[in-house]
Design a protein around this ligand. Structure first.
Ligand code: GDG
Length: 465
């Protein structure tokens, strides 16, 4: 059994598909992990981002910004089977309740198992028994079990950024037990929302015979692990500051020129079917249909940088959005008014912050989302003296924390339309009151809180059980 010391005095080893190498300022998770990795002399293990035609799984050791990296290459067939295949064509759709989009192919599982094994081997080679290993996300359900099977004793934690679905849905994956047992082999498992925790505990109790032995503790056979509810946050303070940076103000000025005196309604999402973009566009069409008085006085801008555009479903989504926005502008637009602007490109973080601040309504309506950081960023960016209103899907993990938002069902077009109207008409005092509660919440449970809340689970969990 490994003797536990406070997590802050132990070397942290982060494991994730993508690392911050090459783009050190790339967002919240990178910042949260990089700080602790640098402080503890830690290591970040991940994919190098390079794909080779021939099988070639070399590990490159390098350093950037005070953080050490072990970067692993992938062959084209690994990438296709592991990343495009099992991770993004099996796990992503199923975990987001889209069984209709899942492609179950045994070659995908073989590649997934092999890449998890490759990462487990790198962990075994590059770390010591006293290190804390923190694995991120659905790409790596199997690593802890593979380490154990190889006789490599490490304390391991796993954080799932995406939802854990109802057991009935998870069970449809032909290899669900392998994945479930893989998850339970970690010492700490972190999930985003109470709803995910309920689904997960029901699954492991019904399917794997898990027994609850403490408030957060579960036992299966002779292994006990901690399940921790750990909603991810953002660096709220730094994001607020970004919203008044020069780049933010320039971007806002540019858009304000186009808007004139119209109110801006904004959406910002990776172009992904889980984000509910077609349903959101339909909701806006319903708004224009039901409330002609709004014609010419509001403008909806959707920013949707393409993601994983090689996968068929994303190409289809792109086409669907092109058609919908064309139709809505054709139906409702006028010589001097474009109701929907849809920009299939990304912007700098500071620019986004400026656009959020300009928007009177933040429309965040995913059909399923582990957390949704855009909801938190929108709140962080607001002007405290004249804040906008967040309209948030009940199916985002964020809805379980952000109760002062206008919470809606994203499938219900009328609810989307009516909540936007409510947001536009909301008196300043109510906007300020709701915003204050939301802002205090995202500052209290920010990205640093998230990291510490997760890692402190190791302090109370006896190791090696
Ligand atoms: C997964 C889970 C969970 C978007 N457009 C641009 C841009 N973004 C940034 C946003 C935000 C991030 O991307 C998206 O984060 P989300 O949380 O909304 O969603 P996923 O990417 O699906 O993330 C999710 C998250 O993991 C963390 O655990 O919340 O549920 O699915 O930060 O600002 N950033 C820049 N330009 C853009 O155009 N710079």
């Amino acid at each position: 059994m490994i003797k536990t010391r406070p997590h802050s005095s132990r070397r942290l080893v982060a494991v994730s598909n993508r690392t911050s190498f090459g783009s050190p300022s790339a967002g919240g998770l990178a910042v949260a992990l990089s700080d602790t990795l640098a402080e503890t002399g830690g290591l970040w293990i991940g994919w190098s981002g390079k794909i080779f035609d021939m099988p070639r799984r070399r590990v490159h050791l390098t350093e950037e910004g005070g953080v050490s990296f072990a970067l692993i290459d992938m062959s084209k067939s690994d990438y296709e089977g592991f990343y495009l295949g099992y991770a993004n064509s099996v796990l992503w759709p199923v975990m987001h309740n889209r069984l209709d989009l899942a492609v179950f192919d045994s070659d995908y599982l073989a590649a997934y198992t092999a890449i998890n094994q490759q990462f487990a081997r790198a962990i075994s080679d590059q770390t010591a028994p006293s290190d804390l290993i923190w694995v991120q996300d659905y790409h790596f359900f199997l690593i802890a079990k593979q380490l154990k099977d190889a006789g490599c004793h490490r304390q391991t934690g796993f954080f799932l950024h995406i939802p854990f679905p109802a057991p009935e849905v998870f069970r449809s994956i032909p290899d669900h037990r392998l994945l479930g047992e893989g998850l339970c082999a970690y010492d700490v498992v972190g999930l985003q929302s109470p709803h995910d925790c309920k689904n997960f505990t029901r699954y492991i109790q019904e399917e794997l015979g898990a027994e609850q032995v403490g408030e957060e503790r579960y036992r299966i056979g002779d292994h006990t692990f901690t399940l921790r509810l750990c909603p991810i946050g953002i660096d709220a303070e730094s994001f607020s500051q970004s919203a008044t940076s020069d780049a933010a103000e320039n971007a806002a000025r540019k858009l304000a020129k186009f808007l004139g005196d119209r109110h801006l309604i904004i959406g910002v999402d990776r172009m992904d079917y889980s984000k509910g973009l077609p349903q959101r566009f339909e909701g806006m069409a319903t708004l224009f249909d039901k409330y002609p008085v709004l014609h010419g006085s509001i403008s909806f801008t959707q920013i949707a940088p393409p993601s994983r555009s090689v996968v068929e479903e994303y190409a289809q989504l792109r086409q669907q959005l092109d058609e919908l926005s064309g139709r809505i502008n054709g139906d409702y637009g006028d010589l001097d008014w474009i109701p929907i602007r849809y920009l299939a490109r990304g912007y700098e973080r500071d620019e986004l912050a400026g656009l959020y601040r300009l928007a009177r309504v933040g429309l965040v309506t995913p059909l399923q989302d582990g957390m949704n950081l855009v909801a938190k960023e929108y709140i962080a960016a607001q002007d405290p003296d004249d804040p906008g209103v967040l309209v948030l899907s009940q199916f985002a993990g964020a809805a379980e924390q952000m109760k002062e938002a206008l919470i809606i069902n994203p499938h219900d077009r009328d609810a989307v339309a009516d909540s936007v109207l409510t947001a536009l008409n909301m008196p300043l005092e109510e906007r300020k009151r709701r915003w204050r509660v939301l802002y205090d919440g995202i500052c209290r449970q920010d990205i640093t809180w998230w990291r510490e809340h997760f890692l402190s689970a190791f302090d109370s969990a006896p190791a090696g059980t």
